[in-house]
Write a protein that binds this ligand. Sequence first.
Ligand SMILES: Nc1ncnc2c1ncn2[C@@H]1O[C@H](COP(=O)(O)OP(=O)(O)OP(=O)(O)O)[C@@H](O)[C@H]1O
Ligand SMILES: [Mg+2]
Length: 211
Amino acid sequence: MEAGLQPFGQTGFSLPQIDSGHTDLGESQLMRPLSQPLHELPPVDLKLQSHAPILGSRTLQWAREADCSAFAQSLATLPALREAHIELQGPLGAGKTTFVRHLLRALGVQGRIKSPTYTVMEPYEADGLVISHFDFYRFADPREWADAGLRDVFAAPGLKLSEWPDKAAGFLPTPDLRLSIEPVEPAEARLVTLNAFSPRGVQLLAAPLPA
Ligand SMILES: Nc1ncnc2c1ncn2[C@@H]1O[C@H](COP(=O)(O)OP(=O)(O)OP(=O)(O)O)[C@@H](O)[C@H]1O
Ligand SMILES: [Mg+2]
């Protein structure tokens, strides 16, 4: 399931130099171990890339939805998650909402967990933790983010999970962690790239996986 873990400063990997003056280059490619063949790299959509420096990255391979669930359960055990902002990228049907459902269940959310595609935001609370799940897919213009009063929601404490963050580009704060889910063959398989943009995000990269 594991394809690579590489927070900066970790020994044992041969990392390419990151030039922060060229952060609009394909970040995933910059962060790969040099040993990984180029043909294994997922496609990088430069339009979606944040210009914030990447502090660490990790790649995972999910063979089936159970692997998505296992990673969500592991992430849910980390204290750093409680104040995190996580962006979820990937095409329609990649598994963004599915990952959020597994994460919210692991955090103790009960009852129906709806996709926020039409409501933009669905709020939850579990064990004193406030959780906001966003889906900006239907935004015709990123300025709708400010009009909807979401600035205040993002300023408040709690866990924030954003699907289709590029639709609110320029307004959303830089995430702690970006999780990019790419469907690959066979049907349930996913190639998942995690990029951390803050020390909190780097802590989340360390979520342990079952052996
Ligand atoms: N490995 C996997 N990880 C996550 N979901 C999977 C996996 N394999 C199959 N699935 C299925 O893929 C579908 C993903 O749908 P989901 O609504 O989560 O996608 P999405 O990325 O949120 O799409 P949208 O952009 O429309 O919001 C679900 O039916 C889920 O059961
Ligand atoms: Mg969704």
